[in-house]
Ligand binder design. Sequence first.
Ligand SMILES: Nc1ncnc2c1ncn2[C@@H]1O[C@H](COP(=O)(O)OP(=O)(O)OP(=O)(O)O)[C@@H](O)[C@H]1O
Ligand SMILES: [Mg+2]
Length: 376
Amino acid sequence: MIEFQNVVKQFPDGFRAVNGLSLTVHDGEITVFIGPSGCGKTTSMRMVNRLLSITEGRILVEGRDNRDYPAEELRRKIGYAIQQIGLFPHMTVLQNIAVVPRLLGWEEDRIRKRVDELLELVGLDPDVNRDKYPRQLSGGQQQRVGVARALGADPPIMLMDEPFGAIDPITREVLQDEFLEIQKRISKTIIFVTHDIDEAIKMGDRIAILKDGSLVQYDTPDTLLAKPKNRFVRDFVGADRQLKRLGLLRVRELMTRDTPNVSLRASTDDARRAIEAAAVKSAFVVDEDGVLKGWVDREGLRENPDSLLDAMNEGDFREIGVRQSATAREALSAMVARGFRITPVVDERGALVGSITLRALQELADQGWVEGEQAS
Ligand SMILES: Nc1ncnc2c1ncn2[C@@H]1O[C@H](COP(=O)(O)OP(=O)(O)OP(=O)(O)O)[C@@H](O)[C@H]1O
Ligand SMILES: [Mg+2]
C-alpha cells in the first residue's frame, strides 16, 4: 500500500506543483494518475521513490514513512519505468535490465537467470535480444525492455510514468494488453501515469484525476464514467463517456443465457413453437455441437413452411455472433454495423451461449446518463 497524506511539493522557485494530495494506492492494484499537463502527476510519483523531496505531509510505503527507508531498500521495493524508456544506449539489453540487481549486489548467475526470465515475461526471446543494444530494437521492444528493467529486482511496487506514451497506437494497445496479462500474474502495486483517458480506463483499477496539484476525483473507472463529480471531470472523460463505460462491461455479464434456439435438424413446426413459446420474432439455429449456424424468423417460416434449411438465414458465427469475452461497446458496434436488434453470443468454438439485445445496451447507457447527471 502507498498512502499519500496531505502531500505538498513546493519547488525552490516557490511554485506548488502538488498541493495537499491525499489518497491510498491499494495493494495489487493499478492506480492511474491522470490530468492535464503540468498538474503534478510526475512530481507526485517521484516523491514516492524519493527522486524528489516532500515539502509537507508524508508518503507511507507499506505502512512506513518513505523517508525512514534506507535508500537501497526503497530502490528494491519500487521499480520505475518512464516514457522514452531511459534505456542506456551504450549498454546491452542484459546490462540495462541488470542495473538494479547489480546495485543490489546480486551474483552474476542469478542476474543472468533473472534477465532471461524477465525477457520471457515481456515477450522477448532472450537468446535473440539479450546482447542487442537499444538502437537495434523497435520502439515497442525498447518499451518492453523498460518494463523488464523496472521489474528487475521483483519489486512489490511499480511506478510507471507514461510508459507507453511514445509508442504508436497499435503497438501501444498490444503493450497494454500484454502488461495487463502480466499484472494478472504478478499483482504489483502500481501507480501508472498517463494523459490518455482511454488508457486510464483500460489499465486502471482506480483512477485519480488531478488538477493544479490537487485531487479532483478518485474512483473506479466505471464510477468515474457513470458519476463524474463535476464539469472538469465530465469534460475530461469526454462526451462519449457512456460509450466508454460500455467498454468496461463484458458481454458475458450482460447477456441472457436463455435464448430460443433450434437444431438444424428440427422441423419448421418445432422452430415456430420455440419462437411462439418465447414470444420473440426469431430463434437461432445450431448444429449438433451447439455451434451457431444462423437464425430463423416468423416470416421465413411462413414463406418456407416445409424446410427449416430453406427458412433459415445461414451465417458464420464469426460474422453474426459476438464473443462472450467481447465488451458491450464492441457488441453495440457489431449490432449497429449489422443492423441487428438482437445478437447471438458464442464461445471460442462458436457454440451459442446466449444473446444480447440492443435495447439492453441502450438501457444500460441511459441509466448511466441519469445517475451521472444527478450526481453533478
Ligand atoms: N524543478 C522544478 N521547478 C519548478 N517547477 C517545476 C519543477 N519541476 C516541475 N515543475 C512544475 O510543476 C508542475 C508539475 O509538473 P509535473 O512534471 O509533475 O507535471 P505532469 O502532470 O507530470 O505533466 P505532464 O503531463 O506534462 O508530464 C509543472 O507546472 C511544472 O512546470
Ligand atoms: Mg509528467
